[in-house]
Write a protein that binds this ligand. Sequence first.
Ligand SMILES: CC(C)(COP(=O)(O)OP(=O)(O)OC[C@H]1O[C@@H](n2cnc3c(N)ncnc32)[C@H](O)[C@@H]1OP(=O)(O)O)[C@@H](O)C(=O)NCCC(=O)NCCS
Ligand SMILES: CC(=O)OP(=O)(O)O
Length: 337
Amino acid sequence: MKPLQILLANAAKSDHKIALSEGSDPRVIEAAIMARKQKVARIVLVGDAAEICCKLAAAGGGALDGIEIHDPTDTPLAEQMAGIYLELRKHKGATSEAAAAAVQNPHVFAALLVRMGLADGTVGGAATPTAEIVRTAIQIIGTAPNARLVSSFFLMLFCKDHHETKGAHIFADAGLVIEPNAREMAEIACASASSLNQLVGDTPRVAMLSFSTRGSASHEKVTKVVEATQLVREMAPDMIVDGEIQFDAAFVPDVAKSKSPDSPLAGAANVFIFPNLESGNIAYKVAQRIGGAVAIGPILQGLAKPANDLSRGCTAEDILHIIAVTTAQADQSRSHS
Ligand SMILES: CC(C)(COP(=O)(O)OP(=O)(O)OC[C@H]1O[C@@H](n2cnc3c(N)ncnc32)[C@H](O)[C@@H]1OP(=O)(O)O)[C@@H](O)C(=O)NCCC(=O)NCCS
Ligand SMILES: CC(=O)OP(=O)(O)O
């Protein structure tokens, strides 16, 4: 089976409840209906209840079971949530009034549902910039006990006829950490390698990307990637990793033979770690929009419980895919708790 079918089939075996914090967005409603019809997840649509009910009915999902609607401005959970929010944010000067107002924000509300165990994961970002989605997840859900850094990746699926190399690949960080230092780049690499293995079961082959391959250029930006690669080798001695390396030497076996003949990747990397957000974000959009890759993300890693983002350019199908990824992460976090 292809990676996407595996993700959707695995999601159908679990019964997770995923909160969608932009519940009245038509793409979100369409995705919720698809998720229920395909039994990918139970859904909580968060937002203005009257508007959601109306749009859900018009889209043909009014009679579906497994879709709840929660309105953060009219909920019996308000007081309890405000108390939790106040505890979490009082070190930053939050007051009771500010907490009561904050929990009416649908992203905060959805993240609190996850924190309280009332949902297994949350997805937002179809109409909201990444910074707001990520900041809310970090502040409300928090980092996992074994993680210091929250980062993000795209699961890139190459499945078109013209893709000579098919299958699942990771591009990281393409959504969150703007200018990682060497240690942060190494942490992103290790987390992304685990994420690939957890989501699709493939053995990670990690390329630490640069504009240089094995000293073909010298610059402080190249030195950072060399240091990051060394740190990955120390942090995960058994991991297949190479760097600094250019994308072509990491992805095309013939180019690998000429540029980096002894590379352990042999031109077959499947986890690509970019030196900064500029390169990662641009690369994923080029691969998606010109290259025809399916791009699922930004998927967040390093959080205590699943919360994921979307590009504002997403389709309903993209949202369905990230719901499936969120259920896979929920399986993992359940097995670790
Ligand atoms: C994610 C992002 C918003 C965090 O920015 P920031 O300015 O550090 O945010 P804040 O200062 O408000 O930090 C919020 C909290 O998260 C913590 N934090 C920030 N980045 C973190 C990270 N990567 N991992 C763990 N914690 C982090 C901060 O320590 C802070 O904690 P506190 O509020 O308890 O003190 C920022 O990195 C960002 O804007 N990234 C780019 C997003 C983007 O535009 N992507 C492009 C499109 S996908
Ligand atoms: C991930 C990303 O680039 O998000 P957006 O397109 O919403 O900026």
